[in-house]
Design a protein around this ligand. Structure first.
Ligand code: SF4
Length: 344
């Protein structure tokens, strides 16, 4: 049973103005119902690091997109995955766990970055570039649709993009879809020719270097953690450029007390709750897609087991190949069991 007062004590660290006792009473009722339904449905609830604080209260696991999907492959006993994140992430969970029912509580929870790369446009661009660069390799960031992943040689994450491109035998690489991450990789790999797709995440693109500088001026000892989807002029100011899970690890393990997590605001909420002794300043922006997942639609999705994510067979097989290649190139020991079983 969720205690509204205990809930408020915790959530108030993320937003003192919003989590009133009345709001927390209502949330506690819904959280109780969600917890009961999860067990009735044999469901596991996975929450991305940018979700609303109350979602973490009922999540079985939280993490970044790939970490969660790997977790999806490991929770063998669960029959249903409620994926609290955005559409492309739920698709990865389906690719990694094809036998489970994967539910995304709100189908409108998309991603502006993934939407910049339409599969047909990517197919045409690959054909055009292969005429010019016969050795072209294609790497796609996890923030792409499964249909785009199926067209790529290898997938990558923000944590291993440079490692994946280094391990690819091709000198020329089309990197889809984040132009900021392509620029970051190109700077680190002068021996490769990296052709960027012109996509960006509207949340990270809006973060200005002046905002970060003004917080640093006021708190010169704090550590600045920046997501690689940010612009180059923001990444330059970072003590470390990390994935969201990398930021959580860094903040937990560092002896520093003050941090600025330059990414979507949900991560600062999560860190404020999980590391109460430390201080997290904000130079963040809100992703309205991530906030489309609410306790109400999670509850409804558990009641109805809808909306379900399904993939055409060829897309499922192609996306699986591209995700598996990423592990083969970087960390074969981490290949999820459900993917490992398909290795020829
Ligand atoms: S923060 Fe950006 S990349 Fe992440 S889901 Fe939102 S729009 Fe997509």
């Amino acid at each position: 049973m969720f205690d509204p007062e205990e809930l408020q004590k915790k959530l108030i660290r993320a937003d003192p103005g919003f989590y009133t006792i009345d709001v927390c009473r209502d949330m506690a009722r819904k959280l109780d119902r969600i917890a009961a339904l999860k067990s009735e449905r044999n469901a596991v609830l996975l929450a991305h690091n940018y979700q609303r604080p109350e979602i973490f209260e009922v999540a079985d696991y939280s993490g970044d997109s790939l970490g969660l999907s790997l977790m999806a492959g490991e929770v063998e006993e669960a029959e249903v995955i409620i994926f609290c994140g955005v559409h492309f992430m739920a698709e990865i969970a389906k690719v990694v766990s094809p036998s489970k029912k994967v539910i995304l509580p709100n189908l409108k929870a998309g991603c502006s970055l993934a939407d910049t790369a339409d599969a047909e446009d990517v197919r045409r661009r690959i054909e055009e570039l292969r005429r010019q660069y016969p050795d072209l390799g294609v790497v796609c960031y996890v923030n792409t649709t499964a249909a785009v992943k199926a067209l790529c040689d290898s997938c990558c994450t923000s944590a291993n993009a440079v490692e994946v491109i280094t391990a690819m035998p091709n000198k020329t690489i089309l990197y889809v879809p984040d132009r900021n991450m392509a620029a970051y990789a190109a700077k680190n790999l002068p021996e490769k020719t990296i052709i960027p797709w012109d996509g960006y995440c509207y949340v990270h693109e809006e973060i200005e270097p002046e905002t970060v500088q003004s917080v640093r001026k006021a708190h010169p000892d704090m550590k600045i953690l920046v997501h690689p989807e940010c612009r180059d002029d923001v990444i330059k100011l970072a003590d470390a450029a990390l994935s969201t899970s990398g930021m959580v690890r860094y903040a937990r393990e560092s002896e520093a007390q003050d941090f600025l997590a330059v990414t979507e605001c949900g991560l600062s909420d999560l860190l404020s709750i999980q590391a109460p002794g430390k201080h997290f300043y904000r130079a963040c922006k809100i992703c309205h897609f991530m906030k489309m997942i609410t306790l109400d639609n999670v509850l409804k999705s558990l009641e109805t087991l809808q909306p379900e994510i399904t993939l055409p067979e060829d897309v499922q097989a192609g996306a699986e190949r591209s995700i598996r290649r990423m592990f083969e190139l970087t960390s074969p020991e981490k290949i999820p069991a459900s993917l490992a079983s398909t290795i020829d």
